[in-house]
Design a protein around this ligand. Structure first.
Ligand code: GLC
Ligand code: CA
Length: 534
């Protein structure tokens, strides 16, 4: 495969090791055709914004024709674009424009399940003996005519993981009933996903975020899980051994990695690996498997120095053990926004500075750079199946999926001329990009400065880190990989009283007004982070 792509500012090789990837929630990013729904033309027009922010790549949430039951994660056709979002030609155009700006493009692939509207599942419903039925997990109807599901497996969105077909069979869905799980022991499934990957790679797409990469295989004997999953846990553990982290899944990642590496410009994969044990997560990022394996311990950490420091140290150890870069995440489309979780924009800014100093890759979720809070979505406007399936007990994810505010004085904060598909709360224009770009103290400017410094300074983002904790203060000492000069320390004060820390020069502070060091010491206010040289 021939690729000609002039990158002006590729700094380190390979690019993905220390990349900053910006996650776009496509439906909520920018509306190009004025129907209230974000789309590819809208995103394409906003690419210069991402270049200005200073990220390396963009990851776009699912763009396929979908049944609409789970925000696009229920796919009807893996090689077609949902008309809401545009066309395959729009994807090609997006990739071209992005490459011209030095940005890579990752799409989101969903191999664990399809939509119940997918032609395979439709055929499987119609004919239990069809080859299509053998691509899913069907279990026979109960002989006694009862309605006891085949085992104790639970949907992660609440309720049993089994639903019935009109003819009484059971089918497996680890998410909503509209998302039947595929059987990855069927070679036809494996081959079909190879074709899907090539389809998008041949178009120039640089890689994929892989949904539910810890799943895919289930216990072939359908034995009960030892325990029940709790959404409040850090990730799946041994209690979910029959439905997650089955050893065969690694064969698929080796296969996909080889496919990526068969391109002249190798493609990359980042998998969602929601496992509690970080050393298990690391195994997904071995040199011949996924390039990045997301760990969500940091994302799920409260504003607490011990929790942050321990998680960072543990993750660094787990990924070092396999020679992989650690991917860091503080927010995504599945989690309440950090401003609200931590309790203030000030804390969210401090956490961002901490994350962006760490060696490895960093994933930013659209709007994080604006300091957006979680929105309280009126019940009548809710869309997330988690909210409905839990009978309203779990808030769901709509509040972090609100359309972006671009220009404060335009209708719908510049997202669309029409009413946005999810309502923007009052006050949203106050967060708009155009307000923040020109403000030296804004959250946008902080992210921009941090990304610039990260690009220029060899100790930031790609060096070696050691993490310590002193009471409520997290300290990360960073040195460049190849012994280049200029160690940097990131200090974060997660407590409520000011502290004094060692510092020679102040490189960047998470909040305005941090006084420069005097006699090698700097006063760090509560909920503040700094990058300093010592
Ligand atoms: C992943 C996605 C989430 C989706 C689920 C099912 O966890 O991040 O948004 O609902 O998979 O596809
Ligand atoms: Ca649109």
């Amino acid at each position: 495969m021939q690729d000609t792509r002039p990158f002006e500012h590729v700094t380190r090789d390979p690019w993905w090791r220390d990349a900053v990837v910006y996650q776009v929630y496509l439906r909520s990013f920018a509306d190009g055709n004025g129907d209230g729904i974000g789309d590819f033309p809208g995103l394409r027009a906003r690419l210069p914004y991402l270049a200005e922010l200073g990220v390396d790549a963009v990851w776009v949430t699912p763009h396929y024709v979908s049944g609409g039951a789970d925000g696009g994660y229920d796919v009807v056709d893996f090689t077609a674009v949902d008309p809401d979002y545009g066309t395959v030609e729009d994807v090609r155009g997006l990739v071209e424009d992005a490459h011209a700006l030095g940005l890579r493009v990752l799409l989101d692939i969903v191999p664990n399940h399809t939509s119940d509207q997918h032609p395979w599942f439709q055929r499987a419903l119609a004919d239990p003996d069809s080859p299509e039925a053998a691509r899913y997990h069907f279990r026979p109807a109960n002989e006694d005519g009862g309605d006891e599901p085949p085992n104790n497996w639970q949907s992660m969105f609440g309720g049993p993981a089994w639903s019935r077909t009109p003819d009484g069979r059971w089918y497996l869905h680890l998410f909503t009933p509209q998302q039947p799980d595929l059987d990855w022991r069927n070679p036809e499934v494996v081959a079909d996903f190879d074709r899907t990957l090539r389809f998008w790679f041949d178009l120039g797409v640089d890689g994929f975020r892989v949904d539910v990469a810890y799943g895919l295989f289930k216990d072939p004997a359908y034995r009960d899980n030892p325990g029940i999953y709790s959404p409040t846990l850090f990730g799946h553990g041994p209690e979910q051994a029959m439905t997650t982290n089955q050893p065969e899944v690694h064969d698929i990642w080796r296969r996909w990695r080889a496919l990526c590496d068969s391109y002249a410009e190798p493609r990359m994969l980042v998998g969602e690996v929601s496992l509690a044990d970080l050393s298990e997560v690391g195994r997904y990022a071995r040199p011949d498997e996924l390039h990045h394996a997301f760990q969500f311990r940091l994302l799920k950490s409260d504003w607490d120095a011990a929790s942050f420091a321990d998680t960072i140290a543990e993750a660094l150890t787990a990924f070092d053990a396999v020679g992989a870069p650690a991917p860091w995440v503080l927010g995504n489309h599945d989690k309440a926004r950090q401003v609200t979780r931590y309790g203030s924009v000030r804390r969210a800014r401090a956490a961002a500075l901490l994350m962006l100093a760490l060696p490895g890759s960093a994933y930013l979720y659209a709007g994080e750079e604006l300091g957006l809070p979680e929105a309280d979505v009126p019940v009548a406007s809710r869309r997330d199946p988690i909210f409905f399936r839990s009978g309203g007990k779990r808030a769901g994810r709509d509040g972090c999926r609100i359309p972006m505010p671009w220009e404060a004085s335009r209708p719908n904060a510049g997202f669309s001329a029409a009413t946005p598909w999810l309502p923007q709360p009052a006050g949203w224009p106050g967060h708009a990009v155009d307000r923040q770009e020109s403000d030296p103290d804004s959250t946008f400017t902080l992210y921009q400065q941090a990304l610039m410094a990260r690009r220029l300074h060899p100790a930031l983002g790609s060096g070696r880190a050691s993490v310590t904790r002193h009471g409520d203060v997290v300290r990360v000492d960073l040195v460049a990989r190849d012994g280049e000069p200029g160690p940097v320390t990131c200090w974060v004060n997660m407590g409520s009283a000011p502290v004094t820390v060692a510092a020679r020069t102040l490189l960047l502070a998470s909040s305005p007004g941090v006084p420069g060091p005097v006699d090698g010491r700097l006063t760090l206010a509560a909920d503040t982070a700094v990058w300093v040289s010592r």
